[in-house]
Design a protein around this ligand. Structure first.
Ligand code: ZN
Length: 137
């Protein structure tokens, strides 16, 4: 029986490789074969040059908090035991930005520009979620 009570992503044809890599604890993004732009979320067309040629590439897992908010109310019962928690837009060192959580820190100590690195939370057999925690520097 699945004990995980929070909403889960539904992989699509475009995003399935991303979730497969997360299950192996690898953070990946697509990189355009024509203009070399790394992108997220997954899409079959490059938003920079409209090329359909791309490959999946493992990211460093490092980035910084671009923007964030602290959720202090329970909007979904699955999060009742987690408030307050941080929902953040993380800018990866390679450029793409992704929505995630900043964990392992008091939410009131999170600041924009804070360096973070990816950590993985296994939610179910199929889904492992990438989250971010502060780095030392
Ligand atoms: Zn491109």
């Amino acid at each position: 029986m699945n004990e995980y009570t929070k909403p889960l992503p539904t992989p699509t044809a475009d995003s399935q490789p991303f979730w497969d890599a997360c299950r192996d604890e690898k953070l990946t993004c697509q990189r355009c074969d024509d203009c070399n732009t790394a992108r997220f979320p997954p899409h079959h067309v490059c938003p920079n040059c409209l090329s359909v040629n791309s490959h999946w590439e493992e990211m460093s897992g490092r980035g910084s908090v671009f923007s964030f908010t602290v959720f202090r109310r329970v909007y979904d019962p699955g999060f009742a035991d987690e408030v307050p928690y941080v929902v953040a837009l993380i800018e990866l060192d390679e450029g793409p930005r992704m929505l995630s959580n900043v964990v392992s820190i008091d939410p009131d100590k999170v600041v924009c520009g804070m360096p973070v690195k990816v950590v993985f939370e296994k939610a179910t057999q199929e889904i492992t979620l990438p989250k971010f925690e502060p780095t030392e520097s």
